[in-house]
Design a binder for this molecule. Structure first.
Ligand code: HEC
Ligand code: HEC
Ligand code: HEC
Ligand code: HEC
Ligand code: HEC
Length: 373
């Protein structure tokens, strides 16, 4: 994830100047590529941070019984949470594969937040993942959202989870690369909270979009997203036009997304592609583009460091025009197939051609006839 298996060859940028800390310079304006967006950082204030969910490594296995107690009364919510990526955060196969490549104790602070960072988690704490206790239990208080008194007869609650739009999620869904000490300016590895603050939908809370009311009347704890084709498909609008013989213009825009799309893990991208199809369905010509955070890896001393070159992910209210061209003598007379796919990439980087694809969801596809304009 941090790119410590980087190529060792070239410690310099194309201009020949060592590129220490350049990532953020481009985020903040100078050198931002056309069609790319700047996301200014926000950091949660210390005050709100105290009453929000966070990693609690010292609590350890006492939390397994506490969590089981929450589950025994809140059975419907427990059923949704079991099987969610929060509960599976440590044991889920994609995470386990990434951890093998980069076995850093640091990973546990979010993926097994109740476990001691100094040693591999016990089986029960690995299975707990991000538990009820992680999001709701701070000190001896049970945090809740909403307003008003607690339900008579139930345990007391402290209504702090909806104080700010992103507070309940911020401690895990935004963080810097762990090589902070080697950087002049920090670079965010996940920046969902800052993206949210700078998006057109910043007034909506993370929970209002990600926790819908179920037919039984409670707020869903399934947190479904990247595995759900229907949801991901609805998050993007696509307009496709063929211009002249060999050019296709796709205009994409995020819909109802309160941050960049894709957000979160840096191994996610949208692939936008076209192919010129021959009589035997062979591919005569192909063009494609990845919309993602484009990192390069540079050597800094003996370390390999990821630096951000450009960020061309989608945002609400900011249509992104992608023009693709097919170089082939017959391109004017043949149909062109197009597609837009959401991909989770395993390794080595989301802007690399040779990246291993873990999951692909096709968000749109079709064929444009030769006469289609
Ligand atoms: C003995 C049963 C019991 C246990 C144990 C229990 N709860 Fe509750 N809890 C309730 C009842 C009853 C309510 C009120 C009805 C409701 O909101 O479901 C409630 C309400 C809540 C609320 C919503 C409060 C509101 O009014 O918005 C939260 C959040 C909550 N519990 C979290 C937890 C967590 C986290 C744990 C474990 C640390 C836990 N509960 C343990 C019974 C229990
Ligand atoms: C204690 C850390 C922690 C907190 C707090 C937290 N999350 Fe997460 N969340 C995670 C981790 C870790 C994963 C990824 C697990 C995995 O896939 O391995 C995740 C996954 C998710 C996913 C699924 C993403 C996907 O790829 O499908 C959504 C959606 C999500 N979180 C939303 C939220 C929201 C909204 C909040 C606040 C209400 C929140 N999270 C609070 C750690 C946290
Ligand atoms: C990733 C963080 C996260 C995890 C894990 C989590 N919750 Fe919640 N839960 C929240 C947030 C945030 C809210 C408040 C949303 C709001 O009111 O806007 C909430 C609301 C609730 C409520 C009130 C529901 C309602 O309908 O108003 C209950 C009860 C509750 N949680 C219990 C649990 C239990 C039990 C577990 C474990 C099985 C659990 N939660 C796991 C974040 C979490
Ligand atoms: C206006 C609604 C909205 C708000 C606000 C919002 N999200 Fe999302 N989020 C979405 C949509 C839509 C998606 C795409 C698929 C889906 O529906 O889950 C998404 C996807 C995600 C994903 C999956 C990663 C990906 O792009 O595939 C994560 C993680 C996530 N959101 C976390 C958060 C967090 C944390 C916050 C608050 C800082 C937040 N979201 C605020 C609507 C929203
Ligand atoms: C500060 C919190 C934090 C730390 C530390 C952290 N992660 Fe995550 N990780 C998250 C969150 C939040 C998500 C969910 C975002 C999303 O789904 O896009 C996530 C998602 C992932 C995913 C995607 C999982 C999936 O199912 O799609 C992988 C893989 C992953 N992390 C691996 C790691 C590894 C390996 C480390 C250590 C090198 C690590 N993470 C450190 C918070 C963290």
């Amino acid at each position: 994830m941090i790119g410590n298996q980087a190529p060792r060859k070239n410690p310099r940028s194309r201009s020949g100047i060592l590129v220490l800390g350049l990532g953020l310079a481009s985020l903040h304006g100078c050198g931002t590529a056309p069609g790319a967006r700047e996301v200014p950082h926000v950091s949660p204030s210390e005050d709100t941070a105290r009453l929000t969910p966070r990693s609690n490594p010292a609590r350890g296995s006492s939390m397994v019984a506490r969590n089981a107690a929450c589950e025994s009364c809140h059975t419907e919510i427990a059923r949704e949470w079991r099987g969610s990526l929060h509960q599976l955060a440590y044991v889920e196969p994609a995470y386990q594969r990434a951890l093998k490549r980069e076995p850093l104790p640091w990973c546990r602070s979010c993926h097994a937040p109740e476990a001691d960072p100094e040693a591999p988690p016990s089986r029960e704490l690995a299975d707990l993942g991000v538990g009820c206790v992680t999001c709701h239990l701070v000190g001896d208080q049970i945090l809740a959202g909403g307003s008003g008194e607690a339900t008579p007869g139930a345990h007391p609650v402290l209504r702090a989870l909806s104080d700010t739009p992103a507070g309940a999620c911020a401690s895990c869904h935004e963080f810097e690369f762990p090589d902070r000490a080697l950087r002049k300016r920090p670079l965010l590895m996940q920046s969902t909270v800052s993206e949210h603050a700078s998006s057109a939908l910043s007034q909506q809370r993370c929970a209002s979009c990600h926790m819908e009311r179920t037919p039984e009347g409670h707020l869903s704890h399934a947190f479904e997203s990247s595995r759900d084709l229907t949801r991901v498909k609805q998050a993007v609008s696509i307009d496709v036009r063929r211009i002249g013989g060999n050019r296709v213009v796709l205009t994409l825009e995020a819909q109802g997304v309160g941050h960049a799309f894709p957000t979160g893990d840096l191994f996610r991208r949208l692939e936008v592609g076209v192919e010129l199809v021959g009589d035997d369905y062979q591919v005569l010509a192909r063009d494609h583009r990845y919309l993602t955070r484009h990192f390069r890896v540079a050597s800094v001393g003996s370390f390999a460091q990821r630096q951000l070159e450009k960020d061309d992910r989608l945002f609400e209210g900011e249509p992104r025009r992608v023009e693709l061209t097919l170089e082939h003598p017959d391109s004017g007379t043949r149909p062109i197939a197009w597609w837009v796919a959401y991909q989770r990439v395993a390794f080595p980087r989301a802007n690399r051609e040779d990246a291993e694809i873990e999951q692909e969801l096709v968000l749109g596809s079709g064929t444009l006839g030769a006469s289609q304009r």
